[in-house]
Design a protein around this ligand. Structure first.
Ligand code: SAM
Length: 274
């Protein structure tokens, strides 16, 4: 029986091409083919490094259909690399279905680690980082986004979000409402690129800076938010979550009274979140 090949999951740069590791280069040079989210994008990356390998498209719309064929290739002895457009595959990117199918078929799946925007942002944020929660992209629709944030307001661990240029302002505004005016956050923009900026301060300050300067709304973002600190913070966060829900059915004053009673937070702090 043919010895199966290996599926190498290879991280690529999130901006600065100098971040492609020597091992990633060697892997991309030697595999039989590379599964890429966007083959044109990956072809550019390869040609920058003088590489030419067969590329196979693997994106969210064809991953289910392609996974079985790719696993057949691997079982037939071919070695494949999986890359996404930027950073680590599977992190807010396609790939988990292929990895799952390969592992289920007994194929070796091996990581070639490297850049990841969330970890890069966390590494320069200066917020508690022993434990954190990666939330990926928030929902695009305002209602669903606010509901998600309300559910996260009491989370004590540091939170990481991905955001795009066209929603950064709305998302920051919703974060202020859900988490209150005192929560500290860090905004990592265009990390490793020419216009890299890392802003840091209470959420309303970050929102004001982004609103005041159109350049600060351009590019790609990671939002790092400190977790709900002590018990008092957590009570206020829970009170705001309850208040937001209760105002759907009660007058604001009644909702605030009840939310304050249930959460133990001061009533004033709940109105303040509006
Ligand atoms: N797999 C990638 C990773 O490992 O980070 C993430 C892919 S996800 C589709 C793209 C999002 O990652 C962007 O919208 C942005 O939120 C974040 N991102 C990617 N590159 C970035 C950069 N250079 N600076 C800040 N955020 C970045």
């Amino acid at each position: 029986m043919q010895t199966p090949g290996t599926l190498h999951v290879v991280a690529t740069p999130i901006g600065n091409l100098g971040d492609l590791s020597p091992r990633a280069l060697e892997t991309l040079r030697t595999v039989d083919a590379i599964c890429a989210e966007d083959t044109r994008h990956t072809r550019q990356l390869l040609s920058h490094f003088g590489l030419e390998r067969p590329l196979l498209a693997l994106h969210q719309h064809n991953e289910d259909a392609q996974a079985a064929q790719l696993v057949d290739r691997l079982r037939g002895g071919q070695s494949l690399a999986l890359v996404s457009d930027a950073g680590t595959p599977l992190v807010s990117d396609p790939g988990f279905r292929l990895v799952r199918a390969a592992r289920a078929a007994g194929v070796r799946v091996s990581p070639v680690p490297g850049a990841c925007a969330a970890i890069a942002a966390l590494s320069v944020a200066g917020v508690p980082s022993d434990r954190f929660v990666f939330e990926g992209f928030l929902p695009a629709k305002a209602g669903a986004r606010r509901e998600r944030l309300a559910a996260l307001a009491g989370e004590p661990r540091t939170l990481l979000f991905y955001e795009s240029a066209h929603r950064i302002e709305e998302s920051l505004a919703d974060l202020v409402t859900a988490f209150g005016p005192d929560r500290r956050a860090v905004l990592g923009r265009e990390l490793t690129k020419l216009f890299e900026t890392v802003l840091d301060g209470p959420l309303p300050d970050l929102l004001a800076q982004v609103q005041a300067d159109a350049n600060q709304r351009k590019g790609e973002f990671v939002v790092v938010v400190e977790g709900a600190g002590d018990d008092a913070d957590a009570r206020v966060a829970e009170g705001r979550r309850l208040y937001a829900k209760l105002t759907e059915h009660l007058k604001p004053s009644q909702a605030a009274k009840l939310a304050a009673e249930l959460s133990g937070a001061p009533r004033k702090a709940l109105y303040g979140g509006e």
